[in-house]
Write a new protein. Sequence first.
Length: 197
Amino acid sequence: MDALALGLSPLSSVTRVAELDPDRDLIVAFHEGQRTAFDQIVRRHQRGMWHLVRRYVKSDADASDVVQQAFVRAFRGLGSFRGAASVRSWLYRIAINCALSWLRDHRRETPTEIAEDALVEQHQAPARIEGNELNVRLREAISQLPPKQKMVLELRVFDDLSFKEVSELADCSENTAKVNFHYAVKRLRDILGGAHE
């Protein structure tokens, strides 16, 4: 199925995004009735979405539940997906919304600590002790950031997304995403620098 059959102008920015999207062929296959194409999308993005959600939802089991809910929402909405963003950006936005909804619904629950190896995996015992202390300080510092700065920093650093993708997920302009990232890094330096004094 081509862009015209999907109701897109051949020269539209939506079409240009879709052409750069590595999942474009799977979307086309899904629109043509091949439901197994969605299974391939799940396999490609499940791990990244889980890590994204895990930063919001503090237990592995709850993160898995939220990701499953996000994929259910994506499956229901895939028929109307037209490629205004990459499939990954679209899925990550759904995952973030599901995680925020979960947090809102469970805000009275006591959050548990993130697993020691959730952010960085260490392999040597002496380095692990020192690394764990740094990871704890870093997690505490990140938690002190304003929500938009925290989201932009995590999407850029932990998910390795471009500022364009970050801006789509954070619902802001690309320039605003860059500014938020700059201030997040500056604030982290201030917080972590103050921890040594």
